[in-house]
Design a protein around this ligand. Sequence first.
Ligand code: LRH
Ligand code: MN
Ligand code: MN
Length: 424
Amino acid sequence: MIDKHLIEAENAARAKDLAQDYEALAARLARRDVDIEDLTARATAFGVAVPSWGTGTGGTRFARFPGLGEPRGIMDKLDDCAVINRLTDATPSVSLHIPWDKEDPALLLEKAGECELGFDAMNSNTFQDQPDQERSYKFGSLSHTDAATREQAVEHNLECIEIGRQIGSKALTVWIGDGSNFPGQTSLSRQFDRYLEAMKQVYAGLPDDWRIFSEHKIYEPAFYSTVVQDWGTSLMTAQELGPKAQCLVDLGHHAPNVNIEMIVARLIRAGKLGGFHFNDSKYGDDDLDSGTIEPFRLFLVFNELVELENTPGLNLAHMIDQSHNVTDPIESLIVSACEIQRAYVQASLVDRAALDGYRQENDALMAAATLRAAFRTDVEPILAMARARAGAAIDPVAAYRASGYRAKTAEQRPRVAGGGGGIV
Ligand code: LRH
Ligand code: MN
Ligand code: MN
C-alpha cells in the first residue's frame, strides 16, 4: 500500500516549514483569542466517508475514459480507500453501493480490518437493471405501478440493510431515479403514495440502531418529474416514516442558485438532517470535486453545521459523492476530503460572539465581514499539522505521487477499455 517510511521521509522534508507556518498562524489566531490547538483537535476529530464508487474513473452518458489501475472490484476499491485515509487521516470509512460492491460480508469485514476502515451508510440501487433481475426498473422501482416490481425494490433495500448489518454499517441511503419524462405519464400524487408505502416496508426492516436517509434530487434520469425532487418531499418522507428516517443532502441535487445552507438549517430545526453527499457543481448533478467551484458555499454549509452543532440528537453522516472523469480518482478524493475538512475548520473559527452581536444590531456589513474573516484565513497549517501528528502526509498528493501507487496498481490490475455511456 503506502509505506510508512515514505510518508515519514516526505514529511521530514516539509516539517521545518510547517512548524514555522503553524507558529505564525498560532500567533495570528491568538490575537483573535483563538487557540490553534482547539482547531487542530477539531481537524483531527473530523472524518468524511469515501464513496466506493468514486475510486474508479467515472463517466458521462456520452463516454467513459478509464485510467490506469482501475479497481477490479470492492477489494481493490477498499485498498484505494485505505491509501486515501493513510495519507489524509480524514476518511476513516467507506460508503458501499449494492450491488456494485456485493461481496461476502465476512470478507468485506476482514478486508476493512486490514485497511483500518469502517463502513458508513449503505446505498441501494434501484435505478439500474441488473443482469439477473426479474423485473425492470425502466418505469420506476419503489414507486412503480406494478406491485411485484415495487416488492422487488423493497427486497433489494432489505438485502442492503442485511449486508450492512453484518459489516457494522448503521444506515441505508435511498435514492431512486423514479419519476416521469412526459406530463401526464404518471399520477404525481399516486406515484408518491406508492413510494411512501414501499419505503414504509423498508423502514420496518431497519434494526433499532439504524437510520434510513432519503436523498432527494431535482431531476435526472427522469426529466419531467421526479418522485423525491426536493427537500420538501424528502422531509415529508422522513416525517411520515418515523424517527429513524432522516434526509440526506447531496450538494449537487438542487435547482441552480438554491440556498443550500438554508435547507441545512431548516432540516436541523426539524431534527431531520441525517447527512451529506459532498461534491461541487456548476450546472447540475456534476459530481465535481468538493470545493473546486464554490468553496464559499461549502464554507457556508459548515457555518450552519458549526453554529448548530450542539443541537440535541444531531448526528451527521458526512460522505463524499463524486465522479472523477479527468483526474486520478484517488487524488481527487484526497483533495476533496481536505477541502471539506478545511471548510469545517474555517467555520470553526468564526467569531460567533461577535457575529451574534452584529446580528442583534442589524449590522449586516460587519456580520458578513465576520464570516469573511474566517473564510479568508488560510488554515492549511492546521490541516497539515493534524495530518503530520497522525502519521499522515503533510502534502498528501505529493506523497501519493512519490509512492508510485498508481503505477503499481497498473501492473496488477488489467487495463479497462473505454466506451460509451458511463454511470452517474
Ligand atoms: C444520484 C446519486 C446517489 C447515487 C449516486 C451514485 O445522482 O447522487 O447518491 O447513489 O449518485
Ligand atoms: Mn448522492
Ligand atoms: Mn447525484
